[in-house]
Every structure is written in C-alpha cells, then in structure tokens.
Design a protein around this ligand. Structure first.
Ligand SMILES: [Zn+2]
Ligand SMILES: [Zn+2]
Length: 422
C-alpha cells in the first residue's frame, strides 16, 4: 500500500471548509475552527454534516504530518492510510478536546448523546471484623470488556465502516403508526441491525481479534485496600475500570463492603465494640479477672476493682479499645463489655449453707410476716416460665394489638382485652 505514489487529489477543500488560506498558521486554523464549530454545533441547531466536516478538516490540518500529506497528495492519500486512519474520529471528541465539554455551559449536552457513560459494576466484598480493625489489602481478579487492542475499538481491519442501512447510521429507528383519525404515534427504538452503533462492518473486514465486537474479554487484578476503621456498607471505587466500550466513558467498579458476623465482637454506634462475658455468681460478688483476645491478637487483662460487685446485665467500658476511626486510626472507640451473671442451679445449697450465706449477705428487704398476716394471705404456687413462652405470649399480644389498631382505637393506655386462656 505504501509502495506506490498516491494519485493527486483535491487538496484545497479542507482550507475552504475552515475558510482560511492555504498559508494559514496553526493559530489561524484554531481560531477559524473554533468560530465555525460553535456556529455549526448540532446542539445549537447547526448542520451535523457540516459540523463533522469542520472537525475532520481541523483534525487533519492541525496535525503537521497529516497537513503535509494533505498538501502534497490530497484527501485520498489520508484515506489510504498514510496519515494513520484519518477520518474515523468522533467530531464531538474533537470539539470537546477543544472546549473541555462545557462549551455551552450545559456541561456536555453533546456528551449525553455521543459519549454515553458506561454502567458502574458493583460487587459485594465480604470482610471480617478483624480485617476492618487491622486494615488489609485484597487482590481480586475480575474479567471485563476492554477495547480491542488490535483494531483500537473500530471492529474492522481497515478502520473503516459503512453506515448501517437499517437506520442510516443514526442507531435509532423511528416507526410511525396511525392510532386514530389524524393521530400519528411515533416510536423510536434502537436499530436491531447495528444494535444502536449506526455502523456496519463487512464480513471480510472484520477484526480477527474481536470478531468485529470492538471489545475483548480481559482479566484484570485489582488490589482493594481495606483501611482501618472502614465499615460495612462503605464503598471503594475504582474509577473508569468497568467494561470499556467505544464512544463510552468507562464506568466505575465499586466494591461495597459487607461485614461478616463476628462470633464474639459486635460493632455498634459508630466505633464501639460490644462483647458479652459470663461471670459466675462468686465472680460477680467477689471479683474476677480474665484475658480477652482482641481483634489484633493482643491479650487484654480485664479485672474488677477491689470490692466491686457486678450486677446481671451491667455494662463496663474500656476507652480506646474499640474500632479505629476510619482515616484517623489512632483514635478508637470504646470496648464495652456486658456482664451476665450465671447463678447456681436450684438445690445446690444445703439448709446449713443457706444459713451461712444468709449470715454474710445483707438482710432481706422484705419484713418478716407475722402469723396473723400469714393467715390473711392466700396460698399460691410459682411455676417456671421459659423464655420461649414469654416470647410467644408477647407475639400473641402483638397480633391482638394489630387487630385492634386496624379498628382505629389508638389509645395505648386503654386496657386490652385478652383472650381467655384455659
Ligand atoms: Zn478488534
Ligand atoms: Zn442501524
């Protein structure tokens, strides 16, 4: 192809399009293009063909190498590949590279049509509480569409394509149908032949690497840095790393952290860590000490103060042993311990032991009943109620309430009628 001298063809048209003399300087070219492109921009009601022509003319003449070829041999020489591809550039890209996409203050109205934004790809990423506490990096291998390296996303060997005849290159098809007297409905839909690209590539010219798809599958390894103190639901974004497509701004890959449940620690209220600990009754009354393994493997010695009594369900906290603050990991939340007291089983104390305990523990608050007072009382029997039963009864009451609430009576303090339970 490069062996023969191309025949001379018209080499003045581009200058005429831009309205400059052949001797025009780069500066004059720039000014001329700028003025004409704004005037003819399709967003301003200009002629799209004229706009394209301007972009193409400027693209060639602003490149000294291409301008040289054009001056010597004309447009056909560029088409034959001497200038490297030539005419397939998107005219809106050229315009935007010039004006930065916001030429009309609208912030890329042309972008909306020509350069659509690709979709973001969102992945859930499971992380342990240890990983969120200590920070870590995870290498993840993903496969994505990448612009074909062989054809640079053109889909064809020559870089050329012809206009899709299904849609005349617009990518959209409009069908009209009569829906009533004098009423016509217009429907616009994506052209099925070119799938909206507006282009067709002949079978012989198809790029062998991507088979004309313009993109190929690519394996990519991303290193996701999980910083100390990050939390579940937080997003880590890799900008412009999602599937590539021609004339498309590549979307982002977004990882959404999902914290796995921890068997021991629970993160609550920002950066506080909660942990449950069981104490025997003796420990609760007489003191305790134990080692707690933290999320970074450190052993924390946890002990009661002398003479301290721990009540069932009581909370105690250690400052600065909670989760690190994200981005300020030297600051940490609290580590809160909730104590549960395990009482001895019934029947483990003999009557003598009970008397001993009674002699040590504080006196009962309830006064001793006299025989007279006892005579006035009715005998009762205490039954065991399991936690499950309490839950069942609560749910049953809840259902009752809902049934009542539907009848609009909203007075919470009014006594509820319970079902008779026999
Ligand atoms: Zn290709
Ligand atoms: Zn089409």
């Amino acid at each position: 192809m490069f062996g023969r001298v191309p025949k001379k063809s018209d080499n003045t048209k581009f200058y005429e399009v831009l309205g400059v003399p052949k001797s025009a300087s780069q500066d004059e070219l720039k000014k001329a293009y700028k003025k004409a492109a704004i005037k003819n921009h399709p967003d301003k009601g200009g002629d799209p063909e004229k706009f394209k022509e301007l972009a193409h003319a400027y693209e060639v003449l602003s490149d000294p190498e291409k301008r040289d070829i054009y001056d010597q041999y004309g447009e056909d020489a560029l088409k034959e590949g001497m200038g490297g591809g030539g005419s397939s550039h998107n005219p809106f890209d050229i315009f935007e590279s010039f004006f930065g996409g916001g030429a009309f203050g609208g912030g890329g109205s042309s972008r909306g049509r020509r350069q659509k934004r690709g979709e973001d790809v969102v992945h859930a990423l499971k992380v342990s509480l240890e990983e969120l506490y200590n920070g870590t990096a995870k290498k993840l291998s993903l496969s994505r569409n990448a612009i074909c390296s062989k054809c640079k996303g053109k889909g064809s060997k020559s870089g050329a394509f012809s206009r899709c005849y299904g849609c005349q290159g617009t990518g959209m098809k409009i069908t009209t149908r009569q829906i009533g007297l004098g009423m016509i409905q217009q429907m616009q839909h994506v052209c099925p032949e070119c799938r909206g690209s507006g282009e067709m590539i002949s079978d012989r010219d198809r790029c062998p690497q991507c088979k004309g798809n313009k993109v190929t599958q690519e394996k990519k390894v991303l290193e996701v840095h999980i910083e100390k103190g990050m939390r579940g639901g937080q997003k880590i974004t890799f900008e412009g790393q999602a599937d590539e497509a021609p004339d498309t701004i590549t979307g982002d890959i977004v990882f959404v952290l999902e914290q796995k449940k921890h068997p021991k620690f629970d993160r609550k209220f920002g950066d506080d860590l909660y942990v449950d600990h069981n104490l025997s009754l003796t420990e609760a009354l007489c003191g305790f000490q134990f080692a707690l393994t933290h999320l970074d493997g450190r052993q924390l010695l946890i002990k009661s103060n002398p003479g301290e009594v721990i009540k069932p369900g009581q909370y105690k906290a250690i400052n600065d042993e909670g989760m690190p603050h994200h981005q300020r990991p030297f600051m940490k939340g609290k580590l809160v311990i909730q104590f549960h007291v395990i009482f001895p089983e019934s029947g483990v104390f003999s009557p003598e032991q009970c008397r001993k305990i009674e002699s040590i523990l504080p006196m009962r608050p309830s006064k001793h009943l006299t025989d007279m007072e006892l005579d006035d009382c009715e005998e009762t029997t205490l039954h065991d109620v399991s936690a499950e039963e309490v839950k069942r009864r609560k749910e049953r009451q809840h259902r009752h309430r809902e049934a009542y609430d539907e009848d609009d009576d909203d007075d919470e303090s009014a006594p509820r009628v319970q079902c008779a339970q026999q």
